[in-house]
Each structure stands twice: as structure tokens, then as C-alpha cells.
Design a protein around this ligand. Structure first.
Ligand code: ARG
Length: 463
């Protein structure tokens, strides 16, 4: 690092020797936390306005500081600002530059505050706007899912349990399961905003301050609901970071589950969906290949995001109150998780616009595995007054017969069926029809076509 006369830290009076270069390299967080510059400047402006209102600093000093801060903001925006590792982090880089711009009066800015409360204030405000960005892209993903669902209301496929054919469903119904998950993600992120909505500014280093500050004023100006109650907890608290990282992890889990399923369905064994050439890659050796790399990329990234949550939990575990350098990593972890999630959601959105149902193959697969067996059992309960358990046994016998004769259920004739249950008439044959099977699941939340249409309408209204 080049030396200049300003290249001195604010603790130069107390700490006589220059920081050893290895510590400067690892101890500085400016490369990471410069992302907080806007929040930091905003917080500082509100802070000095409060100091003036409380007659702690003069009108002139307040104005000078605000002038300097706004100038710094412009410099950063225009990439004219020189971030310096020697001043550790964004808070001290800005303070240092303020001295250069307005002179010694810059020294008033840090009255009644510490970097400890400053960093949490900035970070909370940043997480609020990050949450809004995530919400926007989640809406896009939900939109694309609705569009794909709309095209596939009547696309019949097998629904699986244990990856074995279970009951016939509509592909749209399957897709809309993910809309529920992403909607819960939205809620989860917003719930976090509620609990982080307490203003840390003014707790200073850890004990509060001797100055007559007005925390309610800064609370209002910074858009928080109320000031935090306990200065020590405020400095130590990173629950809002865990909540955010957990929400990112859960959302990534949803991404990973849908991508895993699509990868399986895209395999030759299933062949239920086709991926557009826009979202596949080739192989360097096997000329025939079209690989679902992008889907795998998303599934893999989920591992990174889990790791971030676990890193933060581990950093906090056993950490005494209140501030320790260990905490500085919180920002890198959150930024990484946020960037990854945003990127993954954008990719998922692109994928949803570029997949197609192989409708014939879906229907074909739904036709095997005696998938309408439950429909037959239900029919026996409804039309031949059996208990569900006896109907289940009868149906199992019919499935055994079909298996023995190497037939599908809908290939058995009425005489074969009557051998097992004499009461049966031709009317029963309709239960083996797959569309009928899907459409008869009319209970709220079921896969019937009408339910799906109603749900699509509901989602469209609530967007
Ligand atoms: N850059 C530091 C961090 O993010 C700021 C807090 C510094 N406070 C301290 N007592 N050293 O954690």
C-alpha cells in the first residue's frame, strides 16, 4: 500500500506502531462492506440531524457534515472514491474522507455512536432492501410457474410417492405446489423484516451513551418501528442475520427440489419433459448429449447456501457478549447467500420459460402401475356400500389379477372383474379413465381441473 500522510488510523495516538501488513490484509473488511456505503451515509446523516436537534452539535457543523457525506456518496457512485484497506471498513473509510473534505469538524460525527451500532444499523437497512429485491424476483418465478401451469391444466401425469406411480394428477397441479412454496418463502422473508425492525443506532459501543440522544427520532427517520431495548443485546444480536440466512436456505431447498425432479424427469428413463436447447449443454466427447447442467448448477448452489447458514451459526455459538471480531464475517456470509439466491432465482425463472411437458409420455407413464386402484376402491365404497378397508382388499385382489394376466386395470373386462366382485357392472369401467380420475379429486386443494383453474385465478389476483 502506498504511504501518504493521511494513511494513519484514528487510533494512532494510542497504538504507536503500524499494523503489521498481514493483519491489515486479513483484518480489513472494506472489500466486502463497501456494499453498505449508501446505508452508512444515510444512517450518518440521520445521526447528525438528531445530534443537532438535541443541541449536541451546532447547525453549522451539522450542515458541513451532511455536505461532506453527500459529496462522498457522489464520489462512490461515480467510482471516484478510493477505498483504503488501512481504514479497515466502510465506516472508517467514510469518516477519513470526511476529514479530508470538511476538515477537523468531521470529528463531531462520531459523537454518541460506535461502529458497533453503526454496522448493525447499516446491515439491517441493507437486509430490508435485499428482501424487497428477493420478493420481486420470487414474484417473477411465481408468474412464470403460473404461465407454465396454465398451459398444462389438462396434462395428465403420474403423481409419485416413493417415486412409484401413485395417483394420476395434472402437471399444472404439480407446478402449483411450487407456487405455494415460493409464496411461503415470500412470507418468511417478510416475517423477518418484522422482527428486525428495531433500531440499533444509539446503543453506541455496548453500554449506551452519556449524551442526551433521541433514539425515537432516529428510529422514525430510518424507518424502524422502535428502538432496541438492551444495548448489550443489540451489539451482540445477529438473530436477524440467521433468520435471513435460514430463509435463503429454505428458498434454496425449494429450488433444489424442483431442479432435482426436473433432472430426473428429463432423463431418458422418464422422458417426461424436454428442455429447450437454450438451457442445456453438450458433452466434449459424446456427440449425442444434451445435459441439464443449469439445473444441476442450481441444485449444487443450495449446498453453498446451507454452508453459509451453518457458518454463521457456528460463529455465534459460544461467542460471549458483546462485540468480537468474529462477527465481522457476517456480512460476507450474507452477501454471498443473497447473491447466490438472486442468481439462482433468475436462472430458475429462465428454466421455467424453457421447459415443455412431453404430454404423450406423461400419459403413457400414468397408464402403468395400476394408478387408478384407489379410484376403484373409492367407487366400491360409494356405490356398493363397502367400508374403505374391505374395498381396499377387493381392489388389491383385482390388481393381483391384472398383474397375473399382464393387463392394465382398464384392460380387464367386466366378467373378469365380476369374478372378484359380482356386484360390479359396466359402470365401474369409467373409474379407470385417467382424466376422470384426475377430475374427480374435487376436494379443496385436490387436483381436479376446476380446482386448478380456480387456484390459477386466485394466484393471478393476489400477485
Ligand atoms: N468492520 C467491523 C465489523 O463489521 C466494524 C465493527 C468494529 N468494531 C470494533 N469494536 N472493532 O464487524
Amino acid at each position: 500500500m502506498t504511504k501518504n500522510k493521511n494513511n494513519k488510523t484514528i487510533w494512532r495516538t494510542r497504538i504507536k506502531k503500524n499494523t503489521s501488513s498481514i493483519f491489515q490484509k486479513v483484518g480489513s473488511s472494506i472489500d466486502i462492506d463497501k456494499r453498505l456505503y449508501k446505508e452508512d451515509i444515510h444512517g450518518s446523516i440521520v445521526h447528525v440531524e438528531m445530534l443537532f436537534k438535541q443541541k449536541i452539535i451546532t447547525f453549522k457543523i451539522k450542515n458541513k457534515i451532511i455536505y461532506g457525506l453527500k459529496k462522498i456518496e457522489k464520489e462512490i457512485l461515480n467510482k471516484k472514491f478510493e477505498f483504503n484497506k488501512a481504514y479497515e471498513d466502510i465506516h472508517m473509510n467514510i469518516e477519513k474522507r470526511l476529514f479530508e473534505i470538511i476538515g477537523e469538524e468531521a470529528g463531531y460525527i462520531h459523537t454518541a455512536r460506535s461502529r458497533n451500532d453503526q454496522v448493525i444499523t447499516d446491515f439491517k437497512i441493507w437486509i430490508k432492501s435485499a428482501t424487497r429485491e428477493i420478493d420481486i424476483i420470487l414474484n417473477k418465478v411465481i408468474n412464470s410457474t403460473i404461465k407454465l401451469a396454465e398451459k398444462n391444466i389438462y396434462t395428465v401425469m403420474p403423481g409419485f410417492t416413493h417415486l412409484k406411480n401413485a395417483q394420476a394428477i395434472s402437471f399444472a397441479h404439480y407446478l402449483m405446489a411450487y407456487i405455494e412454496m415460493f409464496s411461503r418463502d415470500k412470507k418468511r422473508f417478510y416475517n423477518n423484516l418484522n422482527s428486525l425492525n428495531e433500531n440499533p443506532l444509539g446503543v453506541a459501543a455496548l453500554a449506551g451513551t452519556t449524551f442526551n440522544i433521541d433514539r425515537n427520532y432516529t428510529t422514525k427517520k430510518l424507518g424502524f418501528k422502535q428502538p432496541t431495548n438492551n444495548s448489550i443485546d443489540t451489539i451482540s444480536d445477529r438473530d436477524f442475520v440467521l433468520d435471513f440466512l435460514y430463509s435463503v436456505a429454505v428458498c434454496s431447498t425449494h429450488i433444489s427440489r424442483i431442479t432435482e425432479e426436473l433432472i430426473i424427469w428429463n432423463s431418458e428413463g422418464f422422458n417426461l419433459i424436454t428442455l429447450s436447447d437454450k438451457i442445456v449443454t453438450g458433452s466434449s466427447m459424446m456427440p449425442q448429449k444434451k445435459n441439464p447442467d443449469l439445473l444441476e448448477y442450481l441444485r449444487g448452489k443450495t449446498g453453498n447456501v446451507y454452508g453459509n447458514l451453518f457458518s454463521m451459526l457456528t460463529i455465534l455459538k459460544g461467542l460471549p457478549l458483546s462485540y468480537f471480531k468474529d462477527l465481522q464475517d457476517d456480512k460476507e456470509i450474507v452477501f454471498k447467500s443473497y447473491d447466490t439466491l438472486l442468481n439462482c432465482l433468475k436462472i430458475l425463472d429462465e428454466i421455467l420459460k424453457n421447459i415443455y411437458a412431453n404430454k404423450k409420455q406423461m400419459l403413457e407413464l400414468a397408464n402403468i402401475g395400476y394408478i387408478t386402484a384407489t379410484d376403484l376402491a373409492d367407487y366400491l365404497v360409494k356405490y356398493h356400500s363397502m367400508s374403505f378397508r374391505s374395498a381396499y382388499q377387493k381392489t388389491a385382489e383385482i390388481v393381483n389379477l391384472a398383474e397375473k394376466k399382464k393387463k392394465r386395470l382398464n384392460e380387464l373386462n367386466i366378467n373378469e372383474l365380476k369374478k372378484i366382485e359380482p356386484k360390479l357392472t359396466n359402470d365401474v369401467l369409467k373409474v379407470f379413465d385417467l382424466e376422470n380420475s384426475v377430475n374427480s379429486k374435487r376436494s379443496f386443494g385436490g387436483t381436479s381441473f376446476d380446482n386448478i383453474k380456480k387456484m390459477i385465478m386466485k394466484y393471478k389476483k393476489h400477485k
